[in-house]
Design a protein around this ligand. Sequence first.
Ligand code: ADP
Length: 570
Amino acid sequence: MEIQHPKLVQFLNTIVANSANRDNTKTVAEIIADGLLVLRSYPENSAVYLYLMDEIDFDFRFSSSNPVTESEQSAHIFAELQEQGIIGEALSTAGAVTYYGSSAGQHSYIVLPLAVPTSVLGVIILENTPDEDPPSRPLLQLCELSANQFAYALYNTKLVQRLTYNQSVLEQKVSARTIHLEQMQRELKTILDSIQTGIVIIDAETKEILDANPAALEMMKAEKNAVIGKHHSEFFPQDELSTSQNTEKIESSLLQSDGESLPVIETSATIHLGPHRRIIHSFLDISVRKNFEDALLRANLMLEERVQERTTELNALVRKLTNEVTERERAEEAARIALEREKELSELKSNFVSMVSHEFRTPLTTILSYTQILQLYKGKWTEEDEEKYLKNIQVAVARMTDLLNDVLFIGSSNTGAISVNLRVVNLFELCNSVIEELRFTDTNKHTVNYKFDYLGSGLRTDEKLLRQIVVNLLSNAAKYSPLNTDIDVRVFRDNGHAVIEVQDRGIGIPAESIGSIFESFHRADNVGNISGTGLGLAIVKQSVDLLGGEISVESELNEGTTFTVKLPIQ
Ligand code: ADP
């Protein structure tokens, strides 16, 4: 470049001087003032305008000028150059563009972009007094150089400013964060110190205790310096401290420094503090709860024992009550039996009264009528008549005596007042004599067949009772059988028993009465006019029982009846 023009030389010197005078401590305003001053030394320059690009809306705004001008005028110049496309051209070519304005003759303009490679900072407009010749290329290059210098200086200063600002903001943030952290640390410590949960911090690698809060120390019964650096197993021998996350609560025990064991519930969690891994082991004293549980257990056991005792007592009571109930039932049963007996007795009494009134009336009437005849016709009857009347009276008395004897026997046997006199009796003779008596009294109205197959004749028994049995069975057979029918009497030996069988071909006993005929005063419905007391079979049954024998009956209505008596041979 050939520089001859003295103003050009001056311009160049100014640029060089300014570039040597770089100072990072200058403010943006100083940089701008310097920049404008350099460009103001451009030959024939009348003014320099600076328009900076707004970083938010990317619009160019007038910043300052040398000399100082009205912003209105500077805006007007910018608008005109923009309209003419000069501003756009300068920005797109990143180089100086010359313009001869509409008010030609007065001013010419050089538009210089103020830019660094990464961003556009603004635009500089040089307002010059027009020469005949357009500015030479070297002159324009000098302008571009100066604008570049200006742009870098401005950019650097802004960067420095921003950096300084950012740094100060960062510093403020760091100090605020530090304060916050310190505050948090204090709060954390306060929390750790104040909570009732014991917390120890353990080195995850060595399992050494690094710190412990007051609650932990209290539970461990140890000073802090006796705990720090100790292996965790000295206080937690049961725990397998795993470094995996374990927030599950488990029941364990803490070995206190005095050797006592404290039941605790605990959790542990692993955290990363920078390069270190720490286990936060927290635990809570549950001795009160444990004691309570133990007490509860003991109370439960005691209660169970009490319940057991009470159950035993109740069982005893239930047994006693059951016995009492059984006793009462027994008493009630006895009372019922007694009542039934009472009823039976009262029935017996009324039956007895009706029987007596009926059965005694006939012989009494007989006796009365014959004694009246004897009284009325004294001496007027034959000896034969007298004999007959007296005989009839005797028969009637005998009948009454029999009746009374029967009643007395039943009464005595009910009270158990009958004695048994055992002696050997001639069985054949006894039965034969009864049959003979019957034949006599029955006046041969029936045929009595007597078969004796006893193989011997003696039987050790009570003669009176045995006679009563045979007499009643035979007289009944005759009484309840039609005239001229057979009565069979069989005596034989069977399996250690003497058996007496009396069979008739009479009216028979209805099935419904079979079960009751041995009861006193019971008479079957089919007896009709046949007289009787209902005592005969009762006497038979009592006598058989007293002799230790058995009696059975088989009967068919209108066909006949067979009574079988079995007496033991002793
Ligand atoms: P009684 O003959 O005086 O009525 P018993 O005690 O001797 O009393 O007999 C009770 C009842 O048994 C009789 O009333 C009768 O109904 C029945 N009985 C007893 N023996 C016979 C018999 N051989 N044939 C049919 N009925 C009989």
